[in-house]
Design a protein around this ligand. Structure first.
Ligand code: FAD
Length: 392
């Protein structure tokens, strides 16, 4: 792979809106990605393997629980810092950002918000340091966009719960020590259970043959009469709103992360367009290529503004689910379109692993589908503005 020459675009001087702490956090993540992710990520993606050696680095830049209070091992940062960390990691690779998003927003967040003090003290510090990895099981073979139909269930057996069912498409599952699993009780109410690797009847086989997020480990979660200690239920919230609130937090991070992937594609294409000569001049001098590049920087700038404002609202506790959906949907679509255009600017070289663009493009095909598909986010906006439910 080519050396990482990344220079971040900031066309509207948005750095001026960031605090000193935001800049410090962002720059530390940026440097780490350049040093520890860029040189190895293409090889791991080609091999379809998660680079476990980067877990410590992710913990050190605060990517595991950026907004979780320091007393639980988190970084105690605000939501804009969280977003910036996700942006920088996804600038390197969406799969690596997925690993961090899941750990922070889908595993640490529910334990922090809905767990009791013993659960928080037992799990959060280990997850923040990367000693333990976690995963989040909501999607099932027959229930993706409609998780309320889930069939994974648990029964009260007096001194324990008995868990049965299966989850699929679970990021981190093959490498995780802890799984937050959403299942229905005998009354059909959804609860979160903390499942640990090694429990009898629990397995997490890896999913192979992915063309996307190849450097992220994905798998299933299978529960065959798993005896779950009663203290492993998340006591402080139940119902579908509990997992959906975790998705809000992860989708927020994705809205920022996708900007990183787009920035990397744009920066690569811009540099290439100034160096690649055809018909006696750099291809960047042709109007058709300038149109592509100009539209890219316009869309990136709009997405940056959207993310910054959303972060501001989130810091004030005012960001709504629908606002988060809009940003996730807009920014991921923006990134995938930019990846496709940037790929063309590089001509044949665009498909090569010498450059990051094709990897970003394929990764973004998952990002546009997970954490609520592109369609589902549109329906969330539609419901919000009309008050009419078009889901069913
Ligand atoms: C790489 C990867 C990692 C993932 N990681 C996780 C994870 O860690 N944890 C987890 O729980 N899940 C995870 N997922 C699952 C992901 O969230 C689901 O794939 C997603 O929610 C869509 O579900 P589905 O694949 O079953 O598609 P479906 O729900 O079957 O949707 C198929 C198509 O139908 C459309 N559709 C569905 N309902 C409607 C409707 N009402 N109106 C209009 N169109 C509709 C969808 O938009 C989509 O285009 C991951 C997925 C991938 C690919």
């Amino acid at each position: 792979m080519k050396p990482d020459l990344f220079e971040a675009p900031d066309y509207y001087n948005l750095d001026e809106l960031l605090t000193e702490e935001h800049l410090l956090v962002r720059d530390a993540a940026r440097e780490w990605v350049k040093r520890d992710v860029s040189p190895i990520i293409e090889e791991y993606a080609q091999r379809a393997e998660f680079p476990t050696q980067i877990v410590n680095g992710l913990a050190n830049i605060g990517a595991f629980g950026p907004y979780i209070p320091e007393e639980y091992g988190g970084a105690g940062l605000d939501y804009i810092s969280y977003g910036l960390i996700m942006q920088e990691i996804e600038r390197g690779d969406s799969g690596v950002r997925s690993t961090a998003s899941v750990q922070s927003s889908l595993v640490m967040f529910p334990i922090w918000k809905y767990g009791n003090e013993e659960q928080k003290m037992k799990y959060l510090p280990k997850l923040a340091s990367g000693e333990w990895m976690g995963c989040f099981g909501l999607t099932e073979p027959d229930h993706g966009s409609n998780p309320s139909g889930m069939v994974t269930n648990f029964k009260d057996k007096g001194d324990h719960y008995l868990l049965n069912g299966a989850k699929m498409w679970i990021s981190n599952s093959p490498i995780a020590q802890v799984a937050i699993v959403w299942a229905k009780n005998e009354e059909g109410r959804i609860h979160g259970l903390i499942i640990e690797k090694g429990m009898d009847g629990f397995s997490a086989p890896e999913t192979h043959n992915k063309w996307s997020l190849r450097a992220s480990s994905t798998g299933e979660l299978i529960f065959d009469n798993v005896k779950v200690p009663k203290e492993n239920i998340l006591p402080n919230r139940s119902g579908l709103g509990a997992p959906l609130s975790c998705l809000d937090s992860a989708r927020y991070g994705i809205a920022w992360g996708a900007i990183g992937a787009a920035m990397d594609c744009y920066d690569t294409a811009l540099r290439y367009s100034k160096e690649r000569v055809q018909f006696g001049k750099p291809i960047g001098g042709f109007q058709l290529q300038q149109k592509k590049l100009s539209e890219m920087i316009t869309e990136i700038t709009k997405a940056q503004l959207l993310a910054w404002r959303l972060g501001d609202l989130k810091n004030k506790g005012k960001a709504t689910t629908a606002q988060i959906s809009m940003a996730k949907r807009n920014n991921v679509e923006m990134a995938i379109k930019i990846a496709r255009e940037a790929r063309q600017i590089l001509g044949g070289m665009g498909i090569s692993g010498e450059y990051s663009i094709m990897r970003h493009m394929m990764n973004l095909e998952s990002v546009i589908t997970y954490e609520g598909t592109h369609d589902i986010h549109l329906l969330i906006t539609g419901l919000d503005i009309t008050g009419l439910n078009a889901f069913k």
